[in-house]
Design a protein around this ligand. Structure first.
Ligand code: NAG
Ligand code: NAG
Length: 215
């Protein structure tokens, strides 16, 4: 996401930059679900959130990729529009690699629950143009990368789902999302927006869970 350097200081957060061990999508049976994210890259900072959802993986996947409905529930990403490379919205809004996204975020997020008519704070609104870099529906993974300030900051956000069996034998869905920041502006972004971004990722995870479990 684009982070305006002129924003007011919002606090510095410590983010753990670590190399995750790659594990393939698999049904697991431990209390800590294995990750389905690709290996982390070295980065200036990382924002991530994850949550266990008591709903079928395909239900969660459908909500995650149904961008036209984001305004109805997502307190962080208030709008996410699929476009061609001239930034003209596509008819079907289907996700595919090399299509673009126009993403409007609230950093920090609105207080959930939200609806399409919830008013955003204009001072907290960020609009970014991004590229869908990876679409891997067979393993429930998708990623998009900020194109807005390419030379100054690189930021790629991955989202992944996996099936997880909890200790009572119930089949759950594990949602994970991670964005890593590099480039000369990455430190500034962390200082200005790091705390708000973490709140945003957490708010999106919690409301995705609420929406999926209500279906
Ligand atoms: C967008 O992502 C696709 C798929 O990874 C890649 O081939 C393409 O070069 C990217 N385009 C831009 C402008 O970064
Ligand atoms: C997972 O563990 C629980 C409790 O030990 C067990 O009841 C359940 O059958 C296991 N599930 C799978 C898929 O192995």
């Amino acid at each position: 996401m684009l982070l305006s350097p002129q924003r007011a200081f919002r606090g510095i957060i410590l983010c753990i930059v670590s190399l995750n061990v790659y594990r393939t999508l698999a049904v697991s049976n431990s209390t800590t679900p294995p990750t389905n994210l690709p290996p982390a890259i070295p980065s200036v900072f990382t924002v991530e959130a994850s949550i266990i959802i008591d709903a079928p993986i395909d239900t969660v996947w459908t909500i995650l990729l149904d961008f036209p409905k984001y305004p109805d529930w997502n307190p962080f990403v208030r709008s996410q529009v699929v476009t061609d490379d001239f930034y003209i919205p596509t008819q079907d809004q289907k996700v595919a690699e090399n299509l673009r996204l126009i993403i409007t975020s609230q950093i920090p997020p609105l207080t959930p629950p939200v609806t399409a008519s919830s008013l955003g704070n204009p001072l907290d609104e960020h609009i970014t143009r991004e590229n869908i870099t990876h679409y891997q529906p067979e393993i429930y993974r998708v990623a998009w990368q900020d194109l807005s300030l390419d030379a100054l900051i690189q930021a790629e956000r991955w989202s992944a789902l996996s099936v997880f069996v909890d200790q009572s034998g119930d089949v759950m869905t594990f949602y994970e999302s991670r964005e890593q920041y590099n480039g000369v502006l990455a430190d500034t972004v962390q200082d200005l927006e790091g705390a708000g971004l973490v709140e945003g990722f957490q708010a999106q995870a919690a409301t995705l869970k609420a929406r999926a479990e209500a279906q």
